[in-house]
Design a protein around this ligand. Structure first.
Ligand SMILES: C[S@@+](CC[C@H](N)C(=O)[O-])C[C@H]1O[C@@H](n2cnc3c(N)ncnc32)[C@H](O)[C@@H]1O
Length: 232
């Protein structure tokens, strides 16, 4: 089943060139008086990630979801959308001791990892999407995970459709490449388009949950949809 929302593809163009974390902050005004860099420095997950050798604090979101859902198993074929700087792929590679094939994509460059096939480009660009589909080939993917989010303008009526577009494109892609019983994890922001998206995933996966991992900032509308067992 194809599910499509009426957002245009072109709105993602402004997502280029933004450092980690700024995507996850479709949030209420923060009012802390701290700059982004100061908040980064004080963030316990940022400090923990540095100590543990992870590329970003985002790893703790996937780790929590994986511990709860037991998503990963050796030999999996995984697509990581919005992968840079790479902590999710790093987590998969480390946990499965390199026994996974990971196809990853991001606007930004990303360092290599065992089992990683990386494409730098805009997932909303048809040429880039085709390149990714060609790399995946006929293989049936076990897990599509998307941590993509647009850079924010601060205007919710612009930012929310941009975020939903990326989620829509991810779901559409997942429907094309997942094998039967495949799984889909997707960053979402609560707001316009959220409920129809949830309903659409419930139509094509056996179980769908929405998680707010502890590492997801409390003031952010960011949540993660975890959809299990794709129904071909
Ligand atoms: C929160 S970061 C992902 C962090 C990553 N999961 C990790 O563990 O390191 C969001 C990423 O989405 C990427 N992104 C946003 N829009 C994109 C698009 N249209 N195509 C590809 N990547 C995109 C950004 O470049 C950014 O690296």
């Amino acid at each position: 089943m194809r599910y499509w929302m009426p957002w245009t593809r072109s709105v993602t163009a402004c997502t280029v060139g933004c450092p980690d974390l700024r995507w996850s902050e479709l949030s209420k005004p923060r009012g802390t008086g701290l700059s982004w860099r100061e908040r980064q420095e004080r963030d316990p997950y940022v400090q923990q990630a540095r100590r543990d050798g992870w590329r970003s604090r985002a790893v703790y979101k996937l780790e929590e979801i994986d511990k709860r859902e037991r998503l990963l198993r050796p030999g999996m074929i995984i697509v990581d959308l919005g992968a840079a700087p790479g902590s999710w792929s790093q987590y998969v590679s480390k946990k499965l001791k390199g026994r996974a094939q990971i196809f990853a994509i991001d606007l930004l460059p990303m360092d290599s990892l065992p089992g990683l096939d990386f494409i730098q480009g805009d997932f909303a660009d048809d040429a880039v999407l085709n390149a990714l589909q060609q790399r995946v080939g006929d293989r049936k993917v076990d897990l599509v995970m998307s941590d993509m989010a647009p850079n924010i303008s601060g205007n919710r009526s612009i930012d929310q459709p941009r975020a939903m577009l990326l989620a829509e494109l991810s779901l559409d892609f997942a429907q094309q490449v997942l094998g039967g019983r495949g799984d889909f994890v997707c960053k979402l922001f609560q707001g316009a388009g959220f409920d129809p998206f949830l309903a659409a995933t419930r139509n094509c996966f056996e179980r769908v949950k929405v998680n707010k991992p502890k590492a997801s900032r409390a003031g952010s509308r960011e949540v993660y949809l975890v959809a299990r067992n794709y129904q071909l």
